[in-house]
Design a protein around this ligand. Structure first.
Ligand code: FES
Length: 196
């Protein structure tokens, strides 16, 4: 006679688990499970910590970027240019061309500061002493020593800047004020120093 009572079906993992419980005891097995899950948990915690730290570092970097924006250091727009006696009649002084974009010119009666910006499209002309003219290398505009345009596409003369003699006797050029011939501004006494 066969036994009709059958044991309930077991899962394929049930037997090894039971075996492990026999060896470790129920508490031992759950402890082992806890240790295993803790061991898996710590690397994730570390990874999260690194990610959060990196996120904060990036945020700090962006904030600092706004606190210290790119600064373009430009030369001051007002500068001293020596004493009037240093300037020769009929000479173009190029000492301040590259740093300040200014030529200082002395004629019989005045000292004035010319802009080195071509009034066509803004290139920088060259002073050609032999030909007594400023010549723009871009499209060929020419200007006389006083800044007046006479050839090429430049539509108007070079501009002049404010110039005066300070209390210490030195010439000062102030690029904040410009004087344009076509507006009648070259007659403004601030646009030249009288040498008479
Ligand atoms: S920019 Fe000087 S001639 Fe065109």
């Amino acid at each position: 006679m066969t036994d009709s009572r059958q044991s309930p079906p077991t899962s394929p993992t049930a037997a090894p688990t039971r075996r492990a419980e026999n060896i470790l005891g129920a508490e031992g097995l759950s402890g082992l499970r806890g240790k295993t899950s803790r061991r898996g948990f710590f690397p994730w915690l570390g990874l999260a910590w690194v990610s959060i730290t990196a996120g904060f570092a990036m945020l700090a970097g962006v904030s600092l970027r706004f606190l210290f924006p790119n600064v373009l250091f430009e030369p001051p727009s007002t500068f001293k240019a020596g004493f009037p006696s240093e300037y020769e009649v009929g000479a173009v002084d190029e000492r301040f061309k590259s740093k300040f974009g200014v030529w200082i010119v002395r004629d019989e009666a005045t000292l004035f500061a010319l802009s080195t910006i071509c009034t066509h499209l803004g290139c920088t002309p060259n002073w050609l002493g032999g030909e007594q003219k400023f010549k723009c290398p871009c499209h060929g505009s020419g200007f006389y020593i006083d800044g007046m345009n006479f050839e090429g596409p430049a539509p108007r003369p070079l501009e002049r800047y404010k110039i005066y003699v300070a209390d210490d006797g030195q010439v000062v050029v102030d690029k904040n004020s410009k004087y344009q011939w076509e507006k009648g501004q070259w007659d403004n006494p601030e646009s030249f120093v009288s040498m008479a």
